[in-house]
Design a binder for this molecule. Structure first.
Ligand code: AMP
Length: 255
């Protein structure tokens, strides 16, 4: 695997690639969820590019950004094993030469659910995804349904800006108890992980939103929201200091 940290070097390399490119943007601390996106890209394209960039612009709190788990060496090993071709790991300095003075803003979808609880988060996410899509010029870019609102916003941006890339939505990968894999889970101990998995169970087994919220409160989560939208039931909750998000497909239910 070729590790590229300089954008100038990457742009030189990119000019000489003329095969089908699959791109997976990530913030690192990789797990099976990320790797499932890589495997799919490996199957569907010729060259796989993964980016690792912990994007300061999409964190609401400095402390959350600072505490975000990072392990570039472990990530490198996993990506080597997955036979990824390029790892792009740029610096914030290079990604934001303008100190984030130019931003992408969506005014509708980004205002609900996550947007309400994390002001500015989606501006930061869309801005960095646009930059990365422009840099990589991939044929296909892979995103997880775990971050469902993010996925919808990226699809909307791609359409609005006539970007020449196909967005591929990938199913959420879970642990054996149903907990959606997430880099932030690294901050949960074994006991908390079991408790965290009940978020998925509650979303699946309760019949209405009030029941779901009551059940989550009972277990000891602090609920930011549980809502039904886009034929999904989506939730964000806190377990102690860690914020978890998840969503499930609502089968044939009217929403
Ligand atoms: P992140 O590193 O959290 O920014 O995630 C990078 C990409 O991996 C995003 O498209 C996520 O939606 C996706 N992803 C994260 N966790 C999972 C998971 N458990 N299953 C599938 N995709 C995931």
């Amino acid at each position: 695997m070729n590790i590229v940290t300089s954008l100038q070097e990457w742009r030189k390399i990119r000019k000489n690639l003329d095969k089908m490119i699959g791109f997976i943007p990530t913030m690192g601390h990789l797990h099976e969820g990320h790797l499932s996106l890589c495997e799919r890209a490996k199957r569907e394209t010729d060259i796989t590019v993964v980016s690792i960039f912990v994007n300061p612009a999409q964190f609401n709190e400095t402390q959350d950004f600072e505490r975000y788990p990072r392990d570039l060496e472990a990530d490198r090993r996993l990506l080597e094993q997955a036979k990824v071709d390029f790892l792009l790991a740029p610096s914030a300095h290079e990604i934001y030469p303008d100190q984030y003075q130019i931003q992408i803003m969506e005014t509708e979808l980004s205002q609900v659910l996550e947007g309400k609880f994390r002001p500015g988060h989606f501006n930061g996410m869309l801005t960095v995804v646009l930059k990365l899509l422009n840099l990589v010029q991939a044929d296909l870019a892979y995103f997880g349904e775990k971050d469902y609102q993010q996925l919808l916003l990226i699809e909307k941006m791609v359409k609005a800006f006539f970007l020449d890339v196909q967005i591929v939505a990938c199913q959420t990968v879970r642990d054996q108890h149903g907990l959606a894999l997430s880099s932030r889970n690294a901050r949960l101990n074994a006991e908390q992980k079991i408790k965290a998995a009940s978020l998925h169970t509650v979303l699946k087994t309760t019949s209405d939103l009030k029941q779901a919220i009551d059940a989550l409160n009972q277990i000891g989560f602090k609920v930011d929201y549980v809502e039904e939208k886009w034929q999904r039931r989506l939730a964000a909750v806190w377990l102690d200091e860690v914020r978890l998000i998840d969503n499930i497909l609502l089968d044939k239910k009217e929403v």
